[in-house]
Design a protein around this ligand. Structure first.
Ligand code: AMP
Ligand code: GLY
Length: 407
């Protein structure tokens, strides 16, 4: 997002909080946590910041937008009440049900024993979801009743996710192909952006535990104008209208986590922001100035904007620290960043500047994403994999099968 915003001729100075070694090259990093709303507001006032763009979900759920609006600083993202579309799966489900937006059946429990009794009557696979935010750890797709019961015990008895699992949903297992779809909205106008596919599991062949996302590509191979039309008309527009009717007007990017099966679309989640790693493959396709879109959303003038996107495909592969999504070590030097081709993009996530300004160290689970565009998905993919092996750090792991399709 920082990379895209930096391209706007309207931007004179750019700050990133907390930022990383990548943003340090194009913005000034501010050493404040993205969730420290009060500290961020103070800095924004001191520096006379004219626009704030929120990336992650936690500050949105904690009301960063409401706070900045109350002190008169323009900010892009949904209010606390609107962000509940992501931060409370129980709220999202009730919205879907009430407004007849297609989704799998689900039942909510706050009592552990009742949840267990219900699971015992279900046929696996059984989907167990924590109500609140859990950084990708709140969903278990259980292959057996035992696995579902174990998830309930972890969530509701051992409180592994804290209060995020005070309520738990047991959801119908949806089959099909997963797609992340994005729209911009000012609460009235809904402007289609693009869709992408995310690879959630850590290992090739979609094996191993879920992660935040190990790679993605856009547009999905199964995408079509008819599918996009269906997504907009049956999911996005009704959802935005529903939020307005609920007194929670939604402004920002709305991300639909969708299951597509023979042209049928069902929602399995909403996010209140751009996804990661989807952002890395959708923003390179955006031709319109992102700052123009953002300002139009904030001013309620989105109907005056046209979102233009490149027809080229984009592929991104995440390099992660060894051990991720479990425990991992950080602080390893990242080498070879300058050896990639000029038209290949390397987006940093968990990195930081080392002891010299040009030294980059690992500083998180997902370290960086290597991205390339191409006339076809295959060409973009080839470019990514030809370059990714030039970047190294101790323990680095990446999937070899992102955007790979058997013919
Ligand atoms: P979420 O954290 O809601 O994105 O869910 C994580 C992953 O669990 C999704 O990317 C899907 O692969 C899977 N998932 C979530 N809900 C369902 C469902 N109802 N049926 C099948 N898979 C699901
Ligand atoms: N890639 C999934 C997410 O951002 O939630």
């Amino acid at each position: 997002m920082v990379w895209k915003i930096a391209q706007s001729p309207k931007v004179k100075e750019l700050f990133a909080a907390p930022g990383n070694a990548g943003t340090a090259r194009i913005a000034q990093n501010i050493d404040v946590n993205a969730s420290d709303i009060k500290a961020l507001a103070k800095i924004a006032q001191q520096k006379k910041i004219e626009l704030v763009v929120v990336g992650p979900e936690v500050p949105l759920a904690e009301g960063i937008v409401d706070h900045f609006e109350s002190i008169g600083i323009p900010i892009f993202g949904p209010s606390k009440l609107a962000a509940e579309i992501e931060s409370s799966k129980v709220f999202a489900k009730s919205l879907l049900k009430k407004y007849n937006i297609p989704a799998g059946k689900s039942v909510t429990f706050s009592d552990y024993q009742q949840a267990c009794d219900y699971v015992r009557k279900q046929k696996p696979p059984i989907v167990v979801k924590a109500d609140g935010l859990a950084a990708g750890k709140g969903v278990v797709v259980a292959a057996s009743k035992e696995e579902a019961l174990a998830a309930l015990a972890e969530f509701m008895q051992a409180k592994k996710l804290g209060t995020a699992a005070d309520k738990v949903l047991i959801e119908e297992f949806l089959t099909g192909r997963e797609m992340s779809s994005f729209v911009f909205t000012d609460g009235k106008t809904v402007l289609p952006f693009v869709s992408a596919c995310d690879y959630k599991r850590i290992y090739d062949g979609d094996r191993g535990p879920n992660t935040g996302g190990m790679g993605s590509y856009s547009p999905p191979v199964f995408d079509s104008p008819a599918l996009q039309k269906k997504v907009i008309e049956t999911v996005m527009e009704p959802a935005v209208k529903a939020m307005a009717q609920e007194g929670r007007p939604y402004r920002g990017v709305l991300y639909g986590g969708l299951m597509v099966n023979s042209g049928d679309v069902k929602v399995f989640e909403f996010n209140s922001r751009l996804g990661d790693p989807e952002t890395q493959v959708i923003l390179p396709r955006l031709k319109t100035d992102l700052v123009d879109i953002i300002m139009a959303v904030i001013r309620g003038k989105l109907s005056q904007i046209k979102v233009e996107c490149s027809d080229d495909a984009c592929v991104g592969v995440v390099m992660a620290s060894g051990g991720y999504p479990g425990s991992y070590k950080t602080g390893f030097p990242v080498n070879g960043l300058h050896d990639v081709d000029k038209d290949v993009l390397v987006f940093h996530a968990g990195t930081k500047v080392g002891s010299t300004p040009w030294e980059v160290l690992t500083n998180g689970g997902r370290v960086l994403t290597v991205v390339a565009m191409g006339k076809t998905i295959a060409k973009a993919r080839e470019k990514v994999y030809a370059n990714i092996s030039r970047i190294q750090f101790e323990g680095a792991h990446y999937r070899k099968d992102i955007a790979l399709f058997k013919s």
